[in-house]
Design a protein around this ligand. Structure first.
Ligand code: ZN
Length: 333
């Protein structure tokens, strides 16, 4: 190797890798992800009995979900983050099949959902330590989920109403530690529980985790605008999901107030939709209102093309980009 090519390859080694998100088909550069919906459910078994391995009628699932996704793609969507957690329907192999059939980038998760009165938290989680739980999630991030080889792209957790319970606190501590080892962002179903937001941010700080690695899921349900702003001021991501025709005005009002406060770069927009609820037993919840309702309303409220691109492309790309080199250096599966 001559000196020039030696220097070039040394520079390539030293250069930080381009920001990337872990999808069900491996790492994808953020620059290739396009418009991203950061909180949807392609399918779930929510409301059904908890199960480590969800049992779907996969023919019926694909027949319902794939054509629907193609219609969402036609509206401009290129990437979807699937928030269906383990024990209420996570099925990474089906997600990979759907990704191959549609060409959409799809992202799955690790972690346990501590909302719904802990119904979907596995029994062993009550006995194990935060470090033991974190070790399970870190293993999934490094080696893949089960034998699938498919890696999660974020840590999905949930907490119940009221002050954090012992199990919910343990999940947050475990999430913080798993984040430190993997660089995966932590998205926590917190809803209108603004007090639990403050408790979680305090845990992150105590664990040495940046609050910019934490997403307040369902922040749109919080009626206290000052609490939303306070979380944004501490660096948290504000996920305004649950978008549908009935919540359109609330989403618009929150976008306007967060823009006025200079926090638009921390806002995520999504529907919490579901294209195969309870294994197809319940009516689907669409995820198209962003395209047909909110974006036109934002444009008429003088949001610029750059601001809309920030909300729908740049923010979710930054939120879900894997932090640090540790994880990225594990290589692409
Ligand atoms: Zn959800």
């Amino acid at each position: 190797m001559d000196r020039r090519s030696f220097l070039a390859s040394a520079a390539a080694l030293a250069a930080p890798p381009a920001p990337a998100v872990m999808t069900v088909r491996g790492l994808a550069a953020v620059s290739t992800l396009g418009l991203m919906l950061p909180h949807e459910h392609l399918f779930s078994m929510f409301g059904e009995e908890p199960a480590e391995h969800a049992q779907y009628d996969s023919d019926a699932l694909l027949a319902a979900v794939v054509p629907y996704l193609k219609s969402v793609q036609k509206l401009g969507c290129a990437t979807i983050v699937d928030a269906t957690a383990a024990y209420f329907g996570r099925a990474p192999r089906i997600l990979r099949t759907v990704s191959e059939m549609t060409g959409l980038h799809l992202v799955t998760n690790t972690g346990y959902y501590g909302a719904a009165n802990d119904r979907y938290v596995p029994k062993f989680a009550f006995d194990e330590s935060a470090d033991q739980l974190a070790a399970r999630w870190i293993r999934e991030a490094r080696e893949g989920i089960g034998a699938s080889g498919i890696r999660p792209g974020f840590i999905k957790l949930g907490v119940d109403a009221g002050p954090l319970s012992a199990i919910d606190r343990k999940l947050i501590v475990a999430g913080a530690r798993a984040h430190r080892a993997t660089g995966l962002v932590i998205a926590v179903h917190t809803g209108d529980n603004a007090a639990a937001v403050e408790q979680q941010l305090a845990i992150l700080k105590a664990e040495g985790v940046s609050t910019a690695s934490w997403i307040w899921v369902h922040a749109n349900q919080c009626k206290d605008d000052a609490a939303v702003l306070a979380a944004a001021s501490q660096g948290a991501w504000i996920s305004l999901d649950g978008l549908d025709p009935t919540t359109l005005e609330r989403h618009l009002a929150l976008c306007l107030s967060l823009r006025q406060q200079g926090k638009l770069s921390q806002v995520l927009l999504s529907h919490d939709g579901n294209s195969f609820r309870a294994g197809g037993k319940r009516p689907m919840r669409p995820y198209t209102e962003l395209f047909t309702g909110l974006l036109p309303r934002l444009r008429s409220a003088s949001f610029s093309q750059d601001e809309i691109r920030m909300l729908t492309v740049e923010n979710p790309g930054r939120a879900f980009a894997v932090r640090g080199l540790t994880f990225v250096n594990q290589g692409v599966p």
